[in-house]
Design a protein around this ligand. Structure first.
Ligand SMILES: [Zn+2]
Length: 306
């Protein structure tokens, strides 16, 4: 009998629920809804309803669902208690999600940090599947950090989930975490848009929407402000990558998230040949995610692999 897992990727704005076949690493059915951040009853109601629908779909194929895996922003303890989402999901502070799901739905539940789940998805089913040391950077609203070795997390608990907040130099503006010069505050979509605002984008180009996609398009057409924004973005991201290489020596760095969708023209400029390597003949591939929306769902489901 085929066994499937439900993978749930809770993002700051959208929650993605997928039916996953772990054997082939594919999302067979996908639902996307706005993330419920305040009311736990509404959150739970939607999860219960969606899983019930998936159970019906699976029953028709004579397969079964064996568990539910969650990727959640913030710190998650091994016992399945969400310690803190740092204000992203109000109701989920100190929330015993694992017990609540198991008691309500009657299926085993596992959970981990969202960026770690994305990294696990990339390591097992995406660009990292032929590599041993996989670092995944998710450039979206923030900068998600996940590191996987030989198909597993290097630490049990997500201690490094704040890895986007490595500081790459003092700036005049503060990151929301309280420090200055955090990589996340510079190279995330939020950071790129803040950088455009500082350069007067809205006044200079009132007809061009203030979006990362628009900035990258304008750069390709030679818009000088956009060229400056992208040049800063590449330099900052490259410095961050150098730091991560010094700490983790990854074989591959996979860049995902909304920002990565427009990064193809800039990938070559991120190459890291010009500094002392962690060991002789060290080489790292820097690539863009090809799993797109599915990596977090696959990774959340793959928590049931180990
Ligand atoms: Zn920070």
């Amino acid at each position: 009998m085929n066994k499937f897992v439900v993978g749930i990727d809770i993002g700051g704005t959208r929650t993605k629920i997928g039916l996953v076949d772990l054997k082939i690493g594919k999302v067979l059915d996908l639902k996307i809804v706005p993330t419920e951040t305040v009311d736990d009853r509404l959150f739970l109601k939607y999860i219960v309803k969606t899983v019930a629908n998936l159970k019906l779909i699976v029953a028709e194929t004579k397969a079964e669902i064996v568990g539910i895996g969650f990727g959640i922003p913030g710190f998650v303890f091994e016992n399945g208690v969400v310690d803190s989402t740092y204000g992203f999901l109000e109701f989920m502070e100190d929330y015993p999600l694992k017990d609540i799901i198991q008691n309500t739905i009657g299926l085993p539940c596992l959970l981990d940090n969202d960026a770690r789940c994305i990294a696990l998805g990339e390591a097992l089913y995406g660009a990292g599947k032929n590599s041993k040391r996989i670092l995944v950077l998710t450039l979206g609203t923030g900068l998600g950090f996940g590191f996987v070795t030989n198909g597993k997390f290097e630490t049990t608990l997500p201690y490094a989930h704040m890895g986007g907040h490595i500081s790459i130099g003092h700036t005049t503006f503060k990151c929301y975490c309280g420090k200055q010069g955090c990589l996340e505050s510079l190279v995330s979509a939020t950071g790129i848009i803040a950088s455009a605002k500082r350069l007067g984008w809205e006044t200079k180009f009132p007809d061009l929407p203030l979006k990362v996609e628009t900035i990258f398009e304008a750069e390709q057409q030679g818009n000088t402000i956009a060229v400056q924004i992208v040049s800063d973005f590449i330099a900052q991201l490259k410095t961050g990558i150098h730091n991560y290489i010094n700490l983790f020596a990854p074989d591959i760095i996979v860049i995902g998230g909304g920002v990565s969708k427009g990064m193809k023209p800039y990938l070559e400029r991120l190459s890291v040949d010009d500094f002392l390597k962690p060991y002789k003949n060290y080489h790292v591939n820097i690539v863009l995610s090809e799993l797109d929306e599915h990596s977090g769902i696959l990774g959340a489901a793959a928590l049931f692999n180990s």
